[in-house]
Design a protein around this ligand. Structure first.
Ligand code: ADP
Ligand code: MG
Length: 257
């Protein structure tokens, strides 16, 4: 219900049917040498949707995200974001941002400088940079840490900095590749709530890769189950749990049968 209402409000704010952040994938595939890492894949992720991709290690989840981000070149197929074909666009021109499992912070820069980095590259005015950095730092509880270097932070703090850096330019699409898998269980629960809140706050489309069934079941509007370089099944969490089409889906979702 909440999802529906939010969708309605977003529609009203943007004007009817305006689509700024859908992700449409058509015939997208990737081959490394002789290996089909991603078989031709079609997928439509709707504006503002929270989609979680699950599947065993090596099934192609990261490859799919990296293709959407423009960090890999597809062997075939097209990608459109907000109705605009971005297949040949540079990563920075796709209106998206990515959070990595390994955080990927710049070790020689302070927390504030790490967060500000994408805005500096985009040559935003100083005042705007200061304002945006303060806003996302406040939102992610990083204000007391702005002068520290990444090595002086805990794993959870580092991941919050990498999330802050990813959202500082207000991306239309946020890609997250196992963002919590290096954190302990308690922190993962806290951050799960953070992602749900951020999704509401940003209104961005989120595509989130995880191994964690609980993360998938609680965060997803829809779950994409992958197996051996293919999409096995796509559906709402309850639908997939109740009626997994294959054994691979049941395993990925953790449903009894
Ligand atoms: P997942 O994220 O689901 O664990 P990946 O997308 O990382 O899976 O990898 C899928 C498959 O593609 C794996 O077999 C992996 O070894 C292979 N692969 C990934 N990147 C490359 C690459 N740059 N060159 C060759 N093979 C790769
Ligand atoms: Mg991966």
């Amino acid at each position: 219900m909440f999802q529906l209402e939010r969708g309605l409000i977003r529609c009203m704010l943007r004007g009817k049917g305006e689509d700024v952040s859908s992700v449409r994938i058509e015939g997208l595939s990737k081959r490394f040498g002789a290996v089909d890492v991603l078989a031709p894949t079609d997928l439509l992720i709707e504006d503002g949707e929270f989609v979680v991709i699950v599947g065993p290690s090596g099934c192609g989840k990261s490859t799919l995200l990296r293709l959407i981000a423009g960090l890999e070149e597809p062997s075939a197929g097209r990608i459109a974001i907000g109705g605009r074909d971005v297949t040949d666009a540079a990563p920075a021109d796709r209106g998206l941002a990515m959070v990595f499992q390994s955080y990927a912070l710049y070790p020689h820069l302070s927390v504030a400088e790490n967060i500000a980095f994408p805005l500096r590259v985009a040559r935003r005015p100083k005042a705007e940079i200061a304002e945006r950095v303060a806003a996302v730092a406040r939102s992610l509880d990083l204000l007391p840490l702005l002068d520290r270097r990444p090595r002086a932070l805990s794993g959870g703090q580092r991941q919050r900095v990498s999330i802050a850096r990813a959202i500082v330019r207000r991306p239309r699409v946020l890609l997250l590749d196992e963002p919590l898998s290096n954190l302990d269980a308690e922190l993962r629960v806290r951050m799960r709530h953070e992602f749900a809140r951020l999704h509401g706050e940003l209104g961005a489309t989120m595509i989130y890769v995880t191994h964690d069934q609980l993360e998938a079941m609680t965060l997803a509007n829809r779950i994409v189950v992958m197996s051996e370089g293919r999409v096995e099944q796509v559906g709402g969490p309850i639908a997939l749990y109740d009626a997994p089409a294959t054994l691979a889906v049941a395993r990925a979702i953790g449903s009894p049968g």
